[in-house]
Design a protein around this ligand. Structure first.
Ligand code: AVJ
Ligand code: FE
Length: 379
């Protein structure tokens, strides 16, 4: 918990009050709200629910609860120092309780809470990237550079995709035609999807066996260099590559390139599901299902570069049981969110594993998301 907290605080180390309160985008709350919400959530689940303490600072309930104010009204925040004091007050009481807590019976909730902070810390990184770029009214957003992005900057070096490295070779990997260059054959068979580990979120459970036929998957996420070919071929101007919904979205938002910029050998970052889906069609491939992604991840390192869109709608696995509250995952089983896998360079390690499931609307491109493609033989 302390390591996670240090990294959260490092991420907001040198921001000013303006940055703390800015709503950079209608879909994202200000950074200061996320900080207060991290504290509020820790107080609610550990101090109130586990320890049975009365509500701490109830005046913050409306402001920092998930179901409190609409995002646009989360901009009137206490001073940075005041919110940080709240964070510290909650943490000191939590650690006092930890000394006597029956941790064996509570491990799942404590591990859930760490991952809750990780997810909000990633959203903070997204908001920072959006704010940093807001002076650039045209063109793409530059990758974060300032020291305020400490963690992000370190991540940017691992952002680079090795031409042929990283993967030691699948036992059955082979290449047939050019289309299959830099693709790996994942042989037909069953694998265990999801997780029953104590860290696993409700939506990763229960672990279950899934059979998949042979398929080929990209060795690395699609790079800016590769994606450029799509842009230069007029991909954003030609409806045949897009779903009807995607084409409407591209036209009405005048989208012509990914939101974030990068070098030719870096993974594309800042594309919506629609763009990922259209590119895949352009190269005669398709997006992987979540299961295809997850099975491949068993034999390939696929974590920590960019989140990767899949063709799967976010839904519960058979016998899903919500935890710790229906609003965490179940509320989003609405057939309107697509699953993302893998984790980005802004994801803390406690919330990054092959079975982890992220979800967003298909038009969201502010998150650190790219994609890789799959194809089956004969397709
Ligand atoms: C899974 C990242 C979409 O940040 O909205 C945080 C996770 N849920 N607090 C989000 C979450 C409640 C969620 N995402
Ligand atoms: Fe939350």
């Amino acid at each position: 918990m302390q390591q996670c907290r240090s990294r959260t605080l490092e991420r907001i180390r040198s921001i000013d009050y303006d940055t703390f309160c800015t709503q950079a985008h209608a879909d994202f709350s200000p950074i200061g709200w996320h900080v207060g919400h991290i504290a509020y959530t820790e107080a609610l689940w550990i101090l109130q629910r586990l320890a049975g303490y009365p509500p701490l600072m109830p005046e913050y309930h409306r402001l920092f609860a998930q179901d409190g104010l609409p995002k646009s009204q989360r901009v009137k925040l206490p001073e940075i120092a005041t919110v940080l004091e709240y964070l510290e007050l909650v943490r000191s009481q939590v650690f006092e309780y930890l000394a006597i807590a029956p941790l064996e019976q509570q491990e799942r909730l404590w591990k859930w809470l760490i991952q809750h902070e990780c997810q909000h810390a990633e959203t903070i990184a997204i908001v920072l990237a959006l704010i940093e770029s807001s002076s650039l009214r045209f063109g793409q957003i530059q990758p974060p550079k300032s020291p305020m992005y400490g963690g992000l900057q370190a991540g940017c070096s691992s952002f680079k995709v090795p031409q042929n490295g990283g993967f030691r070779g699948h036992s059955q990997a082979s290449h047939t035609s050019e289309k299959f260059n830099n693709m790996i054959l994942i042989p037909a068979g069953n694998f265990i999807q999801g997780s029953h580990e104590i860290e696993a979120q409700d939506n990763e459970r229960p672990a279950h066996s899934v059979y998949l036929d042979d398929y080929w998957i990209d060795r690395h996420p699609v790079t800016y260099g590769e994606y450029r070919a799509f842009i230069e071929a007029g991909g954003y101007q030609q409806p045949e590559y897009w779903t009807a919904e995607g084409w409407d979205w591209v036209k009405s938002n005048e989208i012509t390139q990914p939101l974030y910029s990068g070098k030719a050998d870096q993974p594309v970052c800042g594309v919506s599901w629609y763009e990922a889906d259209a590119y895949a069609r352009f190269v005669g491939k398709r997006l992987p299902s979540e299961a295809e992604w997850e099975k491949a991840a068993r034999s390939q390192n696929m974590l920590g570069e960019v989140w990767q869109w899949t063709s799967t709608w976010f839904a519960g696995y058979a016998n899903f049981e919500s935890y710790p509250y229906p609003g965490y995952s179940q509320q989003y089983f609405d057939g309107k969110h697509r699953v993302l896998k893998g984790g980005s360079w802004a994801t803390f390690p406690w919330a990054m594993r092959n079975s982890f499931r992220n979800w967003y609307y298909p038009q969201v491109r502010e998150i650190f998301a790219g994609f890789r493609c799959v194809v089956v033989k004969g397709a």
